[in-house]
Design a binder for this molecule. Structure first.
Ligand SMILES: Cc1cc2nc3c(=O)[nH]c(=O)nc-3n(C[C@H](O)[C@H](O)[C@H](O)COP(=O)(O)OP(=O)(O)OC[C@H]3O[C@@H](n4cnc5c(N)ncnc54)[C@H](O)[C@@H]3O)c2cc1C
Length: 519
């Protein structure tokens, strides 16, 4: 629990957006606390690949990437359009370079660019992407805080022993931001502490939060006061089955990649309770996911071979689409009356290995026992095993093989976009079209998963929480998946969830410091 009862800024949650906001506050000499309900810092952010989409920044320039804020805005706005406010879109894009400068030169977090193509063929697209990553860090450098950082998915959700001698991706971000807070001397960080409510004064200004020790069921609660404001960056409602059923008609919330303890929807409930306008509740950062015997589903991307079919045994999309776009295609299929059973069908070239990136890699034996992986000597027998029409699946594979021979996918143009080719290491569409052939075929169950929900409070360009009448709730800010995404229903490129969340949090703190007088 926290030692103090009063801070300039109170931050709810400890994902990358929350921590970034806290670092921004601490570096301005403000006292700040970070309150996290679970035993680990990092939330879903700690699981992430750690790519952060911020066009036109100095790290890209240092790496020779030809990019600018204007190009980034053209790209982003051409995709998102008027679904979210143009001012907020501009604020995201225009603040990116300042945030990157702050993180590297003030917060002391070394950054680097790694190539990863944008997700749409739209004006302003960058061939190499425009993502920055926190540089990897050794466990030794992190020190005792290591055990307080949420482990990666294989360890956290599957109990697999994972080497943690070097932290990369989202792990590196969380570690480095926590370390920056420790260095600042202005921050208190509390684990195992649940924020239960937002506390308002008589005028309706949010002046603090009500908290309790997470494992305390006795109802003992205390108030932590915020002199300037409260930033809610406590993630989405991925694991809140009831909310997902209402807003997203999801077959099950268990298929989210987030941890069951983190995406509880607390933020949404708290923001709703003070009259926040909510938006985009039907949207998530979607992805195909491999269903595992323990009921969890793991983010699956970078398909290199095979086809994906629905319960009719037919393809319905380019399997090499960026994951959110494939997720939208799966969702549309379900909305059209198909079951949530999708199958990834491939041949035996790689034996019992999934020709895709899935972390952890599924164990074929365990999957077969659970009925999630079937293997057969012919496509017709495979169809019987997965309960789809044999003629339909046979025709699907035959048609796909004809496309492979011709080097052109007439149905979905697979391999024509640089994103698909990126994971295959291909230079032509034809290289993305291997025929499905041989004497042993596999079908692995895929479901519609997500990397987080995207609906939450509508916020101003500075992250201030809005009411439906256009006014703001004084003292209250939201960022990350607690806020309705600036990207609307689109996932424009790798790192937009983290990048937009970090910018919102950074701007929120700037706004609090500039405009609010202490309560
Ligand atoms: C495998 C994977 C890879 C991904 N890769 C990328 C990537 O490379 N780039 C990218 O941009 N995005 C990526 N994403 C998506 C991204 O990680 C998430 O969308 C993002 O981390 C959400 O951040 P957040 O700050 O909103 O929430 P989180 O990171 O989930 O943090 C929220 C925290 O708030 C805490 N909390 C909740 N309620 C309370 C409460 N009442 N009191 C106190 N604390 C509370 C939770 O326990 C949690 O720790 C990936 C996701 C996954 C699963």
């Amino acid at each position: 629990m926290l030692r103090d009862n009063e801070f300039d800024i109170v931050v709810v949650g400890s994902g990358v957006a929350a921590l970034c906001g806290a670092v921004a506050a601490a570096s301005r000499g403000r006292s700040v606390c970070v309150i996290e309900k679970t035993a680990y810092f990092g939330g879903t952010s700690a699981y992430s690949g750690g790519s952060v989409w911020l066009p036109g920044n100095h790290v890209l320039e240092r790496d020779g990437v030809d990019d600018s804020v204007a190009k980034g805005y053209t790209y982003f706005h051409s995709l998102v359009g008027s679904r979210t406010s143009e001012e907020r879109q501009r604020a995201y894009l225009e603040t990116g370079p300042a945030l990157v400068d702050f993180l590297e030169n003030t917060a002391g977090i070394p950054l680097e660019h790694r190539p990863f193509p944008d997700y749409f063929d739209a004006p302003g697209r960058s061939a190499n992407g425009r993502t920055v990553f926190a540089r990897a860090i050794t466990a030794e450098e992190v020190g005792p805080r290591l055990n307080e950082i949420r482990p990666m998915v294989p360890a956290d959700q599957f109990g697999i022993d994972v080497d943690r001698s070097v932290l990369d991706g989202g792990q590196a971000w969380v570690a480095r931001l926590v370390m920056a807070l420790d260095r600042s001397g202005n921050a208190e960080l509390a684990l195992n502490t649940t924020v239960e409510e937002l506390v308002q004064d008589e005028a309706g200004r949010v002046v603090g939060v009500g908290v309790r020790a997470t494992d305390d069921e006795t109802g003992t609660r205390r108030v932590v006061h915020a002199r300037l404001g409260v930033l809610v960056a406590a993630g989405g409602f991925e694991r809140a089955a009831g909310l997902r059923q209402v807003w997203q008609q999801m077959p099950t919330a268990d298929w989210s990649s987030s941890h069951p303890d983190t995406g509880s929807g607390d933020a949404l409930r708290m923001l709703d309770s003070v009259g926040a306008e909510l938006d985009l509740l039907d949207q998530s950062w979607w992805c195909p996911a491999t269903l595992f015997p323990n009921g969890h589903a793991a983010f699956t991307l970078g398909l290199r071979a095979g086809v994906v079919v629905d319960d009719s045994g037919r393809r319905f999309a380019n399997e090499m689409l960026p994951y959110d776009r494939m997720g939208h295609a799966m969702r549309a299929r379900m909305a059209a009356g198909h079951s949530p059973q999708f199958w990834f069908v491939f041949d035996d070239r790689a034996g019992d290995q999934l020709p895709a990136i899935c972390v952890p890699a599924p164990d074929a034996g365990e999957m077969r026992e659970a009925g999630l992986w079937h293997t057969a000597p012919t496509i017709a027998e495979l169809a019987a095993a997965i309960d789809v029409d044999a003629e339909a699946l046979t025709n699907t594979v035959a048609r796909f093989n004809a496309f492979a021979e011709a080097g052109h996918d007439q149905d979905f143009r697979r391999g024509e976009d640089p994103f698909g080719r990126f994971f295959v290491g291909a230079t032509s569409a034809a290289q993305c079209l291997q025929p499905i052939e041989g004497t042993r075929f596999h079908a692995v169950r895929l479901v519609l998963g997500d990397l987080g929900t995207k609906g939450g409070a509508v916020v101003t360009p500075d992250g201030a929480v809005k009411r439906a009448d256009g006014s703001t709730v004084s003292g209250l800010y939201a960022a990350g998946n607690s806020a309705a995404s600036v990207a609307g229903a689109v996932y424009p490129g790798p790192g937009v969830p983290l990048g937009s969340g970090m910018v919102s949090a950074y701007r929120a703190v700037g706004d609090m410091v500039r405009h609010l007088t202490p309560a």
